[in-house]
Write a protein that binds this ligand. Sequence first.
Ligand code: AKB
Length: 314
Amino acid sequence: MPDNKDNILIIGSNGQIGVELTLALRKKYGNEFVIASDLRDENPLLKGTGKFFKIDVLNKEDLKNIIQKENIQQIYLLAAVLSAVGEQNPLMAWNINMNALLNVLELSKELNIKKIFWPSSIAVFGPSSPKKNCPQQTIIEPVTVYGISKYAGESWCEYYFEKYGIDIRSIRYPGIISYKSAPGGGTTDYAIEIFHTAVKDKTYNCFLSKGTYLPMMYMDDAIRATIQLMDAPKEKIKTHRSYNLAGISFSPEEIAAEIQKHIPEFQINYKPDFRQSIADSWPQSIDDTEARTHWDWKHQYDLSAIVKDMLEHI
Ligand code: AKB
C-alpha cells in the first residue's frame, strides 16, 4: 500500500463517481485514511468499508467541524447538480454547484488543505466551441446552467491557485458509463439506461436522436485518470483550470448496434426530449493532448470493451 499519510475527505461519496472513487481510494490508501460524506444516507456499497458522515456541503460550519475533527489534508468535492436536472431548476443548480465549491475553497484556504480535486465537465463547451476534437483552449460559451457553473468554477479554482497557492486539480469529465451506482440526472445518462432496459425489456426509448455523438468514457478509465492526476507531481500540472479528458465518442445507434452483438433482439427507438438541445450544444469529441502529455493520460476502454463489461455486470 502506498505510503499516504494524508486523510482524505470525499464530499458526495454516494454519487455515480463518488462510490467508485471512494472504494478505489480506500483500496489504494487504506480504509482509515478515506472518509466518505454525503447529504444522503450512506450508500450500501460503502457500508463497512470506512467512516461515513452525513453532511450538507452548503453548511460551512458542519463541513469545517468534520475537516478539523478528522484532520483532513485532501478533499475530493464531487457533490453537484448535473445538466438535465440543472435545466429543470437553474437557480438551485447554481446555488449548490457554486456554493459547495466556494465553501471548500474558503475552508481549504483557512485550514491549509494540501490538495483538492474538483470535477468540471465537457458541459463547459457551448455551440460556438469546435464540435470535433474540441481543444483545451477555445471559445467557451456554455448555454446550460450546469456548464455555466462548471466554467465559473474553473475560474474560481484558478483564482485560488494564483492568489492563495492552493493545489486544486480538475478534469472536464465526458459522459461516464458505469454499473455500480446510478448516475444523477445528466444528459449522457442514456448510455447507462440503455443497458438496463436492453437486459430487462430488450428495447430502449432513447431521449436523444440518432446521430447524436457525445464524448464518453468507462468508469474504470475515469477513476484511473482522477487518481493519476492527483498523484502527479505538482510541476506536471500546468493547467490550473481543468484538463480536457477523452475516452471515446459514439452515437445512440452505434452503442445500440454494439449491444445487439450480445442481445440480437434488442431494439432502440428515438424519442428526443429537452435533453437533445443540451447534447447538441456540446462537442462530439474532445482533444485531450495536454492531459496525455502533461501527466501521461491514456484511456483503455473502447466501445466494444465497455459494452462487454457492462453486460457482464448488469
Ligand atoms: C451530464 O450529462 O450532465 C454529465 C456531464 C457530461 O458532465 N454526465
